[in-house]
Ligand binder design. Structure first.
Ligand code: HEM
Length: 241
């Protein structure tokens, strides 16, 4: 194994994580008021509703799939009697649609950011970067999964990437495990490293705040200076006509 590969799969992941955590804490401490999802709902609702819904449903399913495939040891699946073929069929049938839904949502959000003038005007470089990196990572994931599904090369990430990642988590890195991993998966993983490095400088930090109370909080009502709620029932009817 070359020195470069040792660095990429043994040292780089730790450098990325240390950078990501330090920069995130630094932002929280030095600029707490910037810690927000920076809602642009007041500027445009329809595309946001679709884009955000599809993206969040898709990405949630993708994350669950990654936990099942990359953190659960292959021995567990064999122990419960799930064959390798059965597992991979499930992973493709669940993972690919999830990836495509997340991709569709992210593209709607990107297009919205560009075509809605007011959203574009209030977008920062971080907003563009976050969406672009998410789309790039999602696309490389979908491509790697699709190529693996049609290749039948016998490559199984549950016996390579999976123990590599778990080794990193318990501070016993084994970069050799990455040696036989196809290039498209390596590209996917390296691009996620870029995503983790830009994460602290974007609105993506809002996911660390886990706003679960949000789901059952009361609606926020915007009132005009005269005290009426906008849009009131008459205005709603007028707009519907
Ligand atoms: C170190 C972190 C990551 C590793 C090691 C990793 C590895 C993988 C692997 C092995 C697959 C193939 C799954 C299969 O064939 O069933 C995959 C697919 C995929 N990955 Fe990742 N990934 C990581 C992070 C991410 C992140 C952060 C995103 C999204 C922002 C992402 C998005 C996707 C998508 C959309 C797919 C294809 C569909 C799916 O299987 O869900 N990955 N990734």
């Amino acid at each position: 194994m070359s020195t470069l590969e040792l660095l990429l799969w043994g040292a780089l992941p730790y450098m990325v994580i240390v950078f990501c955590i330090t920069a995130t804490i630094w932002r929280y401490l030095t600029n707490p008021f910037s810690w927000t999802s920076k809602s642009s709902e007041m500027m445009e609702k329809r595309m946001l509703r679709w884009g955000s819904l599809l993206f969040h449903i898709g990405i949630f399913a993708v994350i669950c799939g990654h936990i099942a495939g990359l953190l659960v040891p292959v021995e567990f699946y064999r122990w419960i009697g799930l064959s390798d073929g059965g597992y991979h069929l499930m992973a493709i049938a669940g993972g690919l649609p999830a990836g495509i839904i997340a991709f569709a949502g992210a593209v709607i959000l990107l297009v919205r950011r560009y075509v809605v003038r007011r959203v574009r005007a209030t977008s920062s470089i971080g907003d563009w970067l976050a969406l672009a990196m998410l789309i790039i990572v999602i696309v490389t994931g979908i491509l790697a999964t699709s190529a693996n599904a049609v290749n039948h090369s016998g490559f199984d990430y549950r016996t390579t990437i999976n123990p590599w990642l778990r080794g990193l988590i318990v501070f016993q890195p084994d970069p050799v495990l990455m040696q036989t991993v196809p290039m498209n998966f390596k590209v996917h993983i390296l691009l996620t490293f870029v995503l983790y490095c830009v994460f602290p400088f974007t609105r993506l930090v809002h996911m660390l705040s886990m706003p679960l109370g949000y789901l059952k909080r009361s609606y926020v009502l915007y009132r005009r200076r005269d005290g009426s709620v906008y849009p009131n029932q008459e205005q709603k009817k007028e707009r519907a006509m």
